[in-house]
Unconditional design. Structure first.
Length: 315
């Protein structure tokens, strides 16, 4: 039997929502799991990419053995029903840039898990899939939109269950995704964060999260401009993302721009704006990075409202 699952890219944090806000984007990885017939072949993992930018170096971020995230997710699911995975071929068709802050790790965890769940006759429901995937990833902000789609607030509770709610992104606001040609691993990007933050910074972000939810619900652009600020992670990560500070500064006076934030742990950047003057936003980002010899792919995208989907199922 062979199962393929298509999983969207995701952008986490979105300014104030460190480790709890995320949204799905229409860029996809497809993860296929096939039961192989030859005994003793174990679990084989392959990555296929048509994107020249996904070179061998970036593929190194995806361990292709039993230490890989996809394998860990599949193994946890098998273990939850008292079994161990054996004789499986896992193929990752990779289109989501790796180590770019667009949820490539979450996508392989979710894709592997959902495909294995289909193979096993669906022993896990959505709540169990969310918990297992978050256990492997460490936080739910990419995992939840990868599974359920849309814009989502999520929380991993003390008993490891995931509580989430979807929010409706206002149609009149655009999301421009800017992907530089350098990589930044999440481990490095998390290693620069402090263990504790000043109370005033925690309060600053609590206020911004409350503003974010109200701005989304009431489509209040002025409130959103205040909401898209952060003091918990971006200030510490600024030095790891050459160009971010300058891009933020160069966009500050553009009236249609509501905010410029790191996508997940970076280095990709999201620009939230009204739908006019998008070409100007694209050229400000491109030119600012070009001054630093950084090439970038810049795309204005709609939110993907669907989460991971099984795309074929061959006996
Ligand atoms: N919330 C996570 C972080 C997203 O910022 O580190 C990346 O996995």
């Amino acid at each position: 039997m062979k199962i393929s699952v298509k999983v969207p890219a995701t952008a986490a944090n979105i300014g104030p929502g460190f480790d709890c806000l995320g949204l799905a984007l229409p860029i996809y990885n497809t993860i296929t799991i096939e039961e192989t017939v030859l005994p003793g072949t174990g679990v084989q993992i392959n990555v296929i990419s048509e994107d020249a930018a996904v070179d061998e170096l970036s593929i190194e971020h995806l361990a292709l053995d039993e230490n890989s995230l996809v394998y860990k997710a599949v193994e946890l699911l098998y273990n939850s029903i008292g079994q161990s995975p054996s004789e499986l071929k896992i193929t990752i068709h990779s289109n989501i840039p790796i180590a770019s802050g667009l949820g490539s790790s979450a996508s392989v965890i979710v894709g592997g898990l959902l495909a294995a769940n289909e193979l096993l006759g669906k022993p896990a429901d959505e709540a169990a899939l969310l918990s297992i995937a978050t256990e492997v990833e460490g936080h739910p902000d990419n995992i939840t939109p990868a599974i359920v789609g849309g814009l989502v607030i999520s929380s991993q509770e003390d008993d490891c269950t995931i509580v989430y709610r979807k929010l409706n992104w206002p149609e009149e606001w655009s999301i421009t995704v800017c992907i530089p040609d350098y990589e930044l691993s999440t481990d490095i990007s998390r290693s620069v964060l402090p263990k504790e933050v000043p109370m005033k910074d925690a309060v600053f972000n609590a206020k911004r999260m409350a503003m974010f939810v109200d701005a989304i619900n009431t489509k209040d652009a002025e409130l959103m401009k205040l909401a898209l600020q952060d003091r918990l992670h971006q200030p510490y990560r600024m030095k790891l993302v050459p160009g971010l500070e300058k891009i933020m500064e160069n966009l500050r006076h553009e009236e249609n721009v509501l905010g410029c934030v790191l996508s997940g742990a970076g280095p990709s950047i999201l620009i939230i704006s009204q739908k006019n003057n998008l070409d100007k936003i694209h050229s400000i980002v491109k030119d600012t990075w070009a001054d630093l010899n950084v090439k970038a792919v810049i795309k204005t995208l709609q939110i993907e409202q669907n989460g991971a989907q099984v795309v074929n199922n061959e006996d």
